[in-house]
Every structure is written in structure tokens, then in C-alpha cells.
Design a protein around this ligand. Structure first.
Ligand code: KG4
Ligand code: ZN
Length: 338
């Protein structure tokens, strides 16, 4: 079964063709980075307008690179319907709906965060259960995954998302855009012990697996400021390395706590922050864990993961209808995502 997948939840306009949820025949990702870079962050109106301009051409490119025609070869359509920037989501959802309806193909709206979690399934055969680590610009979720239909959120952030904290620190120090990518690069050349950050204390009851980034972000922003005022030796590389270590160590610690408590040693990561070198190394080097990370191009937003999860949902018999709307947020996701 060949599925045409659409992803427009944020600033990547991406369309892919995936066969049987595994084989990527094409995965076109048109990034809007240079259009948002002058603002050091995604401008929602610019994002939606660019999706409107680009989506038809990106779709044609995905079909032609896969060497398929919509009418003859595509069996179904999948599209991100939540969560994300509402204007951006509506462009992809409306376009995909119209296309599926006019071509008489079944279609399904899928959840972006679940698609990030599904991305490593494109490249590996992964058994259940496992612990999922979904880390992106908007979400930070540690969950227990018995199947794609049975996901229990164990921990999440109580304030900023992990990627958001990377982006804010990078923006403050003008490290480059997108912040997480540049901060990670700078950190490779810095000393992670140059600055020490205290870990937030969130070990009580319900918060056992939760993380918090707002204090760390503020500390990272204040600390260099203070060092500069005092004229001490310091560097962007050092602040990047120290911040990265604190941000990722916190996450890995909670994940390992969940592994110890549940006895589940298999870990599957996804989302933009799963591209982070130090995160990949911290979890990958731990021989007590069996870990799966998406390859770099499948960490950040892409249509292939949408097509792949769409295939899985379609095989489960799911179909969406023309009244399906987009949702910027997923209500009540804290403890029972989705
Ligand atoms: O999954 P994604 O492409 O979009 C969302 O669903 O949010 O994730 C984007 C986030 C951004 O915050 C970006 O800075 C972060 O992922 N990111 C990274 C790295 N690459 C992307 N954060 C840390 N290290 C990286 N190497
Ligand atoms: Zn994403």
C-alpha cells in the first residue's frame, strides 16, 4: 500500500510517499528556515502563507521523485491534523482532504507527536513494550508504549519544552537559527563543566518522571551575563556545552528512572531534539538499554513519518471524514496522550 503523507504543522512543508509503512519512495522537505531566521523564531503567519504557496509544488515533487501517479498508484492519504500552529495545520489538512476526496482515496488525519514516535519504526523492527522519549520544540514526553494504540504518559515538562529551552538560550546568545541545531554544534567544542546548573527538584508523587526547563533556561541566560560583567573568561561554546549537559542529563535521568521502575529497557526516541549528539550518545552508550533513534533526516519534521503512521492507522481500519478539524493542542495530553 502506497501512502501519500503530508506534514505542515510548523515550518517544514513536507510531502512523502511511503510503501507499506516502511519503504520511503520519496520524502521532500521544503524548509522555511531562511524565511524565519531574521526573527530568530517561527512567525506563524509567514509559515502558513508559505505552506499555501508551496504545498502543490512539493506534492508534485514527492509524486515524481517516487515515480508514481496519484490516480494510479497512491492507495491512501495521511496528513498531520494536530498539534501544531493552527494556520499551518489547516493548510495541509485542507489540501490533503481536497486531494483525497477528488481522487476518491481513503485518508486519515494523524497526530504529529505519535508520528515522531513512529519514525524509528520506518527503519527498524521494534518490539513492544518500550519507553518512548518524544522531544521536540513544543513537547517533552516520556511514555510507556504497549502498542501505538496504548500509550501512557509517565512524565512531561511542567513548563518549557526541551527544544524550546535550547531555542531560547540560543536566541539570547545569538548562536544561530534554528537554535537547538547551532547550540548543539557549539557545545561540541565547549567544556560541559565550565558552568554548573542546579537540577530542579521534582521527585514528588506525580512529578517523578517530569522535567522542568524554565529555571535552567533562566540560569543559563543569567550566568553568562554575570560572568561577562565580572570579566571572567568564558565562551559561548562553554555555556552551550554546560547547558546541553544539564538539559539532556535531566531527561536521561528521568528516562532511566522509568526504565528501572517499569523494568522496560527498550527505548525509542523521536522529535527534533532526538538529533542531539549528546542525547544520542548518553542513551546509545548505555549498554543496559536497547535504544532506537531515527536517522537525522527523520528526527525533525517530515512527511515520511506521517505516511508511515497513516499506513499503520489505515491498516487498523481507521478512516477520517471531511469534517475532521485541526487542533493546535491536544487536550488532556499530560497524563493520557493521545
Ligand atoms: O520535531 P521538530 O522538528 O518540530 C516540532 O515538532 O517542534 O523539533 C524542532 C526542535 C527545535 O526546538 C530545534 O531547536 C530542536 O528540535 N532541535 C535540536 C537539535 N536539532 C533540532 N535540539 C537540540 N539539539 C539538536 N541537534
Ligand atoms: Zn515535530
Amino acid at each position: 500500500m502506497k501512502v501519500l503523507g503530508f506534514e505542515t504543522s510548523c515550518d517544514e512543508c513536507s510531502v512523502a510517499v511511503v510503501e507499506d509503512g516502511k519503504e520511503i519512495l520519496s520524502n521532500i522537505v521544503a524548509t522555511q528556515i531562511e524565511h524565519h531566521a531574521p526573527w530568530n523564531g517561527v512567525v506563524p503567519e509567514i509559515a502558513s502563507r508559505l505552506h499555501v504557496e508551496w504545498i502543490d509544488e512539493v506534492t508534485s515533487a514527492a509524486l515524481s521523485e517516487a515515480g508514481v501517479s496519484l490516480a494510479d498508484d497512491i492507495d491512501a492519504v495521511a496528513v498531520t491534523s494536530r498539534p501544531g500552529l493552527i494556520g499551518s495545520l489547516l493548510v495541509g489538512l485542507s489540501y490533503a482532504k481536497g486531494l483525497a476526496w477528488s481522487a476518491g482515496k481513503p485518508w486519515v488525519g494523524v497526530d504529529h507527536m505519535m508520528a515522531h514516535l513512529y519514525a524509528p519504526h520506518l527503519e527498524y523492527d521494534i518490539d513492544y513494550p518500550y519507553l518512548g522519549l518524544i522531544v521536540s520544540g513544543g513537547h517533552t514526553i516520556i511514555c510507556k508504549v504497549e502498542s501505538m494504540e496504548d500509550v501512557t504518559v509517565l512524565g512531561t515538562t511542567i513548563d518549557d519544552a526541551c527544544g524550546e529551552a535550547f531555542d531560547k538560550v540560543a536566541k539570547f546568545y545569538n548562536m544561530g537559527y534554528p537554535g537547538g541545531v547551532y547550540l548543539d554544534k557549539l557545545a561540541e567544542k565547549g567544556d560541559p563543566a565550565a558552568f554548573s546548573f542546579t537540577e530542579p527538584r521534582l521527585h514528588k508523587g506525580n512529578h517523578r518522571y517530569d522535567v522542568s526547563y524554565s529555571g535552567l533556561k533562566t540560569a543559563a541566560v543569567n550566568q553568562l551575563d554575570q560572568f561577562r560583567r565580572e570579566g571572567a573568561e568564558s565562551s559561548l561554546e562553554n555555556i552551550a556545552a554546560s547547558f546541553r549537559k544539564a538539559a539532556i542529563d535531566m531527561l536521561v535521568k528521568k528516562l532511566k528512572l522509568a526504565a528501572a521502575d517499569t523494568g522496560i529497557r527498550r527505548v525509542v526516541a523521536g522529535g527534533g531534539v532526538s538529533a542531539n549528539r549528546y542525547l544520542r550518545k548518553s542513551i546509545g552508550d548505555d549498554e543496559s538499554l536497547e535504544s532506537y533513534f531515527p536517522s537525522m533526516q527523520l528526527c525533525t519534521d517530515n512527511g515520511a513519518m506521517i505516511a508511515a503512521l497513516g499506513y499503520h492507522r489505515l491498516m487498523m481500519g481507521e478512516r477520517s471524514h471531511l469534517d475532521l478539524n485541526a487542533s493546535a493542542r491536544v487536550s488532556g495530553f499530560r497524563r493520557s496522550y493521545p
